[in-house]
Design a protein. Structure first.
Length: 152
């Protein structure tokens, strides 16, 4: 169940609203390995714990940046539900940065802010400033501006 549920008629109330934090979610080697298989990105820094221990500056494997970005929709649905719409799609990302690695294993969560709502003819876009926090790390694992399109 989302932390905030609003009917579509009140979606504008989200603009400027701080969101989160979400619950912590684990990042495990198994999840990252499955992501690597699905995307074909089998780089050793993500998939070979023994080699990462020896050769990586992080001394362990780390999650792919795009794995971390891919968690944003999961977290966003935990935070916000807008009822009375027929479809929501991931519409894009304007800015994405990975200031710090997400080590494996670790736990991550998201905080964010709806920075804009853009009204269109039969839909509207929600612009989300998202930050993925890594437990026991000062710097975030990811910051991004992502867009969701809601169809009425």
């Amino acid at each position: 169940m989302a932390q905030i549920t609003l009917p579509v008629e009140r979606a504008g109330e989200l603009k400027g609203m701080a969101l989160g934090p979400t619950e912590w979610k684990p990042v495990t080697q198994d999840l990252v390995d499955r992501f690597a298989q699905a995307t074909g990105d089998l780089q050793w820094i993500h998939t070979e714990p023994e080699r990462a221990l020896r050769e990586s500056p992080f001394r362990r494997t780390i999650a792919h940046g795009y794995f971390t970005l891919g968690m944003v929709p999961v977290f966003f649905w935990d935070l916000v539900e807008i009822t009375g719409i027929r479809l929501v799609i991931n519409y894009g990302a304007n800015k994405v940065r990975w200031p710090a690695p997400v080590p494996i294993p670790s736990r991550v969560r998201m905080v964010g802010e709806v920075t804009d709502l853009i009204s269109l003819e039969s839909s509207f876009d929600v612009v989300l400033s998202a930050k993925i926090e890594v437990e026991n790390q000062k710097r975030p694992g990811m910051i991004a501006e992502v867009l969701y399109r809601y169809y009425r």
